[in-house]
Design a binder for this molecule. Structure first.
Ligand SMILES: Cc1cc2nc3c(=O)[nH]c(=O)nc-3n(C[C@H](O)[C@H](O)[C@H](O)COP(=O)(O)O)c2cc1C
Length: 321
């Protein structure tokens, strides 16, 4: 039997108070985390099953849904039945989902995905596409063997390929906002996919302007940020970042190479600088340090993400991995 309760009632917290995010006012501060489901057609077009899935989550909600990570192009990744926003047909199929979510008074962001070295070498090869990463560093031995077996060995993006990728982000973002009608696009710069592969010292051994220093390793993510700000407006752009990721070869908190705060503070700082210059992103979605791929990591001050708040002053979505 409890005689005293020092915890505030949820109704006394900010959780159910409206918040302005970009140019949208959400009715509460609940965000549904992006969740890959592989329910698209074979040619990567969204289905009625997804429409139902997102509408179910939009019902009596009023907050923000973030879609499953969605390929910006075939080169970005070809996992079977994954989502893509590259063709007009793909964008129009998403519009039906967005309209359904909006009809229930809920907002929705599309998460934009590029796998880099995490892609399937075999599937890329079948489409005549190379396996590309920041460097020719595999995630692990089994991913190396898979690439050799497929005859599609990992190699670094060339500079023209980087420029093409940035343009593919732009085209995908424009389709998401202008055709599908999403409230936001979320740049997936987390979980050791392409953008994080460039940021992390463990997966980037480039010697050009995209490698070496912290500034150089963050250059690609910031180029994508700036390109999307120009293409659709800062108030329609969010970004997901996971400074402590160890999954898929991320350095993590115990790295001997570089601490996550050193590696990532610059990125938050550059986002904040853009905000102060009138180009504030709608939100930053930051994966917390205290959980790694569903497993609680050891508790302690080294796993605190509070420093993020000291740098980024805009809307912050906090999530676990
Ligand atoms: C099945 C599954 C799919 C996921 N897909 C994505 C994804 O597409 N993009 C992403 O950034 N995170 C993805 N995540 C991570 C989640 O967004 C989230 O960070 C994680 O589930 C922890 O939140 P929770 O404790 O509320 O489950 C996925 C997680 C799961 C379990």
């Amino acid at each position: 039997m409890s005689t005293s309760n020092t915890h505030p009632s949820l109704k006394d917290t900010n959780l159910f108070k409206p918040i302005k995010v970009g140019s949208v006012t959400l009715q509460n501060r609940l965000a549904f985390a992006p969740t890959t489901r592989f329910r698209n057609t074979e040619d990567f077009v969204a289905t009625n099953l997804q429409k139902q899935y997102y509408e179910d989550r939009a019902e009596n909600n009023g907050g923000l849904l973030i879609t499953e990570a969605t390929f910006i192009s075939p080169q970005a990744g070809l996992y079977p039945n994954g989502p893509m926003i590259h063709t007009e047909r793909q964008a129009k199929a998403w519009k039906e989902i967005v309209d359904g979510v909006h009809s229930k008074g809920t907002s929705i962001a599309m998460q934009l995905w590029h796998l880099g070295r995490a892609a399937s070498p075999d599937l890329l090869k079948k489409h005549g596409l190379p396996l590309l990463g920041a460097s020719a560093d595999y995630i692990d031995e089994s991913s190396k063997q898979a690439a050799i077996k497929a005859g599609n060995e990992l190699r670094p993006f060339t500079i023209p390929e980087i420029k093409t990728m940035v343009q593919e982000y732009v085209e995908a973002a424009k389709k998401a906002i202008n055709i599908a009608g999403f409230d936001f696009v979320e740049i997936h710069s987390a979980h050791m996919y392409t953008l994080a592969q460039f940021i992390d010292i463990a997966s980037n051994h480039r010697t050009d302007e995209y490698g070496g220093s912290i500034e150089n390793r963050n250059r690609l993510t910031l180029e994508v940020v700036d390109a999307l700000i120009d293409a659709v407006g800062a108030e329609k752009v969010g970004i997901r970042i996971s400074p402590y990721v160890t999954w898929q070869g991320g350095s993590g908190a115990d790295s001997e190479l570089m601490h996550p705060i050193a590696q990532y503070a610059y990125l938050y700082s550059e986002l904040e600088r853009r905000g102060r210059e009138g180009k504030r992103l709608a939100y930053v979605h930051s994966v917390e340090a205290r959980v790694a791929v569903g497993i609680d990591v050891q508790d302690g001050p080294q796993y605190s993400s509070e420093w993020v708040r000291q740098i980024w002053k805009g809307v912050l979505i906090r999530a676990e991995l």
